[in-house]
Design a protein around this ligand. Structure first.
Ligand code: CA
Length: 416
């Protein structure tokens, strides 16, 4: 059997809409990794950089099993996030996705957590080898959505699992056996959201992985560049093959990109406000809304969408008789401590109430894990009533056991 080794490259771009890079990427002769920070103003860059900083400590001569080493490293990264949050409550709610591949000389130990992705190009054919830990992916698995519908679903970025510095939300670990010629891609959703798999496949077939990386980032920008985009690529070659001096990995040095490679900001989501180049509106930008768990009582999604919906409501009022239009809308939010479906739009105009509680579920908001709780408190937009019901059914899986009936099993995390 041929001894294998791999070439590698890491490449990132802040994108066309975002003002800072919250992704971190790493590639070396042993380790490939991506972390996509979340939390908007609450320091997504700090989360991804800190997790990556800890994780890359595993890039050294292995003492024992690679999968165990990776598990320990991922756990340490999570503990680190927890410490940062404890030390500075302003960054509460920050978190990160994590994809990592650790080479033991024969096979890859793999960690996967969140909605960043891993793809393999084998015999010129691309396959996604990770399963998104997202709400829409769970609907796909239940047969309620097709993959094509999931791609354009308004909640496609709602994460079911991410690294949040807590003791839930565990990563998936597995082994992969690479073959000669395989190319592996780790990417943030800034690529997979913007670029169809067929185009990713074609780019991955480029003459070299360096060309593939630049082409993928170019495609993401061409596709809109709504988000930070980060790609890490490895290509498995014969360990005895002559080195290719034209490649960026020819120097054998690790490549570190994105937030983890940038100057570290002070460890708080607030104190940089005065020096931030970006207007406060950045707090409510698209990325913050996509992921950001928010402190109780704030409804960023509602505030942001209110502007859009007011305009839409005015237009609809002219066209269809506004009130009736608003009553065809649904959202999920809190009502007297329970998760509820609201009919209407999530704001009132003076003198008119535009929403009402349609149905109150049995779910007490405080029994939800912090991440789900903050989503409810922030309000979750639904496409229609059935969608609102699906959102609630999904939340039910995260309800913590009540102290009194003493169930013996812990709640089952949705396995993706
Ligand atoms: Ca992202």
């Amino acid at each position: 059997m041929t001894d294998l080794t791999f070439r590698y490259v890491a490449y990132t771009d802040v994108g066309l809409r975002r003002s800072k890079n919250e992704d971190s990427g790493y590639a070396s002769r042993r380790l490939l990794a991506i972390a996509d920070g979340m939390g908007g103003a609450a320091a997504g860059d700090l989360a991804s950089a800190s997790a990556m900083d800890v994780l890359r400590g595993v890039d050294r001569d292995l003492d024992g099993d690679a999968l165990t080493a990776l598990q320990v490293s991922v756990e340490q990264a999570n503990i680190r996030l927890g410490e940062l949050i404890k030390a500075d409550p302003a960054v509460e709610g920050m978190g990160t996705t994590l994809e990592a591949m650790l080479w033991d000389g024969e096979k890859l130990a793999v960690a996967h957590l969140g909605d960043s992705r891993m793809y393999r190009l084998r015999d010129n054919s691309l396959a996604q080898i990770s399963t998104d830990h997202t709400f829409v992916q769970s609907l796909v698995e239940e047969g309620k959505l097709t993959p094509a519908e999931a791609r354009v679903h308004p909640h496609r970025s709602l994460l079911l699992r991410a690294m949040l510095g807590r003791d839930d939300n565990e990563a998936d670990f597995s082994w992969i056996q690479p073959a000669l010629g395989d190319r592996y891609l780790l990417c943030s959703d800034g690529l997979s959201d913007m670029v169809a798999d067929q185009l990713i496949e074609r780019a991955m077939q480029s003459d070299s992985i360096d060309l593939a990386a630049t082409e993928l980032v170019r495609l993401a920008l061409e596709g809109g560049g709504h988000d930070n985009v980060t790609v890490v690529i490895a290509e498995f070659i014969d360990a005895d093959a002559d080195p290719d001096d034209t490649l960026s990995c020819a120097d054998g040095q690790p490549q570190l990109v994105g937030a983890v490679a940038e100057e570290r900001r002070p460890p708080t989501g607030r104190s940089t406000a005065g020096t931030d180049r970006h207007p406060p509106a950045a707090d409510l930008d698209e990325e913050a809304l996509r992921y950001a768990p928010r402190p109780p009582g704030r409804r960023p999604w509602l505030r942001f969408t209110a502007v859009v919906l007011v305009l839409a409501a005015i237009i609809a009022a002219a066209a269809f008789g506004g009130y009736r239009w608003t009553q065809t809308q649904y959202f999920v939010a809190e009502s007297d401590g329970r998760v509820a479906i609201y009919q209407g739009v999530p704001f009132d105009v003076p003198g008119i109430t535009l929403n009402r509680v349609d149905e109150v579920s049995q779910i007490e908001v405080e029994t939800l894990p912090a991440y789900s709780r903050s989503q409810v408190e922030g309000g979750i937009e639904a496409q229609n009533r059935a969608d609102a019901e699906a959102i609630i059914a999904n939340l039910e899986q995260f309800v913590a056991p009540r102290p009194t009936p003493t169930p013996t099993e812990s709640p089952t995390e949705k396995s993706a």
